[in-house]
Design a protein around this ligand. Sequence first.
Ligand code: HEM
Length: 192
Amino acid sequence: MHKSNHMALLFLAGGICLSLTLGPSSSGAPASHTGAPGESTCAKSGCHDDKAINTGTAKVKIDPGTTGPYAPGKTYTLSVSITDAGSKRFGFQLTALDSLNAKAGKIKISDAESTQMLHNTFMLQDREYATYTFGGTGADSPGKKTWKLQWKAPASGTGPVTLYAAFVSANDDETDKGDHVYLHSIKLEELK
Ligand code: HEM
């Protein structure tokens, strides 16, 4: 078989696998879109890309459940929130990485109604992603949404950990257009 046909077939197979993995994003953002090192964002070409990142009116926050350094091995309740007056639909994706950009600690889903855990089967397979479910995109109250999940901090000696998150404040038209994307990260030092 001629080489170019071979390549065409490979691309086709890859595309089919990817779309099978992706599924409709309103039921959870495809893995590896937090804006963390080596990753894309919700606003990659062809998806939620008609507005510049971090230019909308929303306020986003990652509350790690501690005001100071993290204690190795301790489990924290993370609150991931977005407020944007007038918006009725929201999404997020979060991952936790150490200073070598490897997975740090363990994400635990404590609210399966609104959140789910994802992995990327093609790349960055070690990373864990918390993201929303379809049922978890509706606002809790007008213009406000908070997702809660648990994070078990890594073992001592891991050092600083960064929580990366991407958010969408959506216009609820069930398309990926007209929405605003936000990127945010916080760094936690290790308690010595
Ligand atoms: C962490 C990143 C992402 C978040 C937080 C996110 C969030 C959302 C939300 C909240 C909606 C509902 C929009 C509305 O009703 O107005 C949505 C829809 C959509 N998103 Fe995303 N998204 C992300 C990444 C992506 C990516 C990477 C793609 C493309 C591969 C994508 C494609 C779509 C499409 C096609 C829709 C409309 C169809 C549907 O409802 O599924 N999204 N997304």
